[in-house]
Design a protein around this ligand. Structure first.
Ligand SMILES: [Zn+2]
Length: 85
């Protein structure tokens, strides 16, 4: 299981998830969200913000999980809002 500073809902991105983040793939929006440990902000995969370093990125399946883990929704991609944005 995960150790150190990560909670149980924080998952290391899979290769596919990381690729989706890197390419800002809108197809995976809503399937998972990624949080940046250095800023404590959670984003949609398609967020226009520059991706953080892989070691600082954790994935959550829901925004709610990210919130519980202490992340704030990104003001740019608004992961806390429905798909219409
Ligand atoms: Zn964002």
């Amino acid at each position: 299981m995960q150790t150190d500073r990560r909670s149980t809902t924080e998952l290391t991105p899979t290769e596919a998830e990381w690729q989706a983040i890197r390419s800002r793939d809108t197809f995976v929006d809503g399937q998972f969200f990624y949080g940046v440990l250095s800023t404590r902000i959670v984003c949609r995969p398609s967020c226009a913000a520059r991706p953080a370093r892989p070691e600082n990125v954790v994935c959550h399946h829901t925004v709610e999980q990210a919130r519980v883990a202490g992340f704030r929704p990104c003001l740019r991609c608004r992961p806390d809002r429905p798909e219409t944005w």
